[in-house]
Design a protein around this ligand. Sequence first.
Ligand SMILES: [Zn+2]
Length: 147
Amino acid sequence: MNERFFLSEADGHLYRDGDLSAPFRKGMVKWNSRIKTVSDLKGLIRAADRAFGGTSLVLIMDDGETLCNACAHSEFRRIAEAVRDKDNTGWRAVSACMDNETGPCECANCGDIIVDDEEEADDEPNFDDDFVDSDPWRGGPEGDMFG
Ligand SMILES: [Zn+2]
């Protein structure tokens, strides 16, 4: 295997090929940084391809829509041109994250569900009327305390 070095344009650090795990933990802090240039975009896509097994890139577009990893690749030229031209056509990627870091969303281009919202909904606390009964100051028979 050829030893190659990989300069991440997302965080500016240099990584050695095949040894991305440790430095990329640090890099993830800066992962949600804004995409300002075509280099940023390329860096993010390249980094995602190499470093994040099991998760996928999600591009956040200038109109707040999200784009899936497959479309980030298939529509790369279009996105890159919009980034370069600072186009507000809905094709300009302004930031990115991984699919395990974002809420429910779907791809604005192909319509694929990127993150299903059912999992998220299960985590929502359930504030219904039972809440009152769980309050110790209201749940007990107060009369007993004072005879
Ligand atoms: Zn898509």
